[in-house]
Design a protein around this ligand. Sequence first.
Ligand code: ADP
Ligand code: MG
Length: 375
Amino acid sequence: MINRILPGETIGILGGGQLGRMMAIAAKEMGFRTAVLDPADNNPCAQVSDEAIVAPYNDLAAAKKLAETSDVITYEFENIDLETVNILEKNAYLPQGHRLLDLTKDRINEKDMLTRSGLKVAPYQAVNTTEDLEEAINQIGLPGVLKTCQGGYDGKGQYVIKDSGDLEQVKDVVDGRTRFIYEKWLDFDKEMSVIVTRSTTGEIAVFPVAENIHVNNILHHTIVPARISEQVEKEATDMAITLAQKMSLVGTLAVEMFLTKDQQIYANECAPRPHNSGHFTINACETSQFQQHVRAVCGWPLGKTTLLKPVVMVNILGQHLEPVLKRIDQLSDMHLHLYGKEEAKTNRKMGHLTILGENIEEALQKAAELGIWPN
Ligand code: ADP
Ligand code: MG
């Protein structure tokens, strides 16, 4: 029988960042209560939740407290302590389970899983020692990128190796204790992502493909519809559906992909949660990725994912906050989302702007006038 969670019941969220906050806002709109577990006081999610448990993720007493107060538990990020997840699975209802977390938090497990599911990925090899690295470069060739297997995000823990000079420099980081992956560098034409949701009922829905532009390895803006062929849109969508089925996904999965000039699609990595590149859905789709996620873990029918208007979503990083706030007068036809973070540190994700247009060019033009556009 499907466990249907109803308004008035409590959704427990592991992680109190902006993704948790937007999940909680969607849940509150639908009449749910929310509780959040996060080590930081007054975190973005706590600000909009009914209950906040402030404790480290490996505090098992805190995990039990979350279990007691919640009718269903979900998470907004993937690096959760395994023991905490075990306690929650035993003492509470965690329909997403731990399998996808285990797979996606390690780049090698993740690439193996993508390959097993029939998706194309860049050639890769595990690297633990400098000999492994030389061997991987012999096999795969240059240029390539060495990435830590765990804990990296926004390009952190990554080293691009173009020639033997780079190799000499990078050798020092391979310390014999940290696990790495070496991947062939793909000369891609575009980066894209697909967000797929699967409910506890088995129903699957996919959002339109997003085209992502990164600056310094951090998502700068997302364009939808992506400027790709119908064929690529279909193939990318099918890849996400295949993954959702093969993984028996519950909840939301974001799949990052590369499109090469000869129209080949490679899967890069995935995240078992709503994703920065899906923020456009809040204002531009019939259902947002956050409401869809809540529906999925609560056993509700999924919402329609139709794109209502062409859209550009622009991230507001710490250094962008002041220029954007100086232009409040220009924001009348843009949707401003800020996450309630106190300190506007450089590169910290403080919020985003969603700009709808009659076409992408119009939305991009408005975005470029915000004073935060890359040169
Ligand atoms: P994370 O987002 O966890 O930091 P990614 O694997 O997504 O790690 O890498 C960050 C960015 O680096 C990607 O969005 C892409 O721009 C670039 N990148 C990563 N791997 C490759 C690759 N094999 N070939 C080309 N570019 C890559
Ligand atoms: Mg990435």
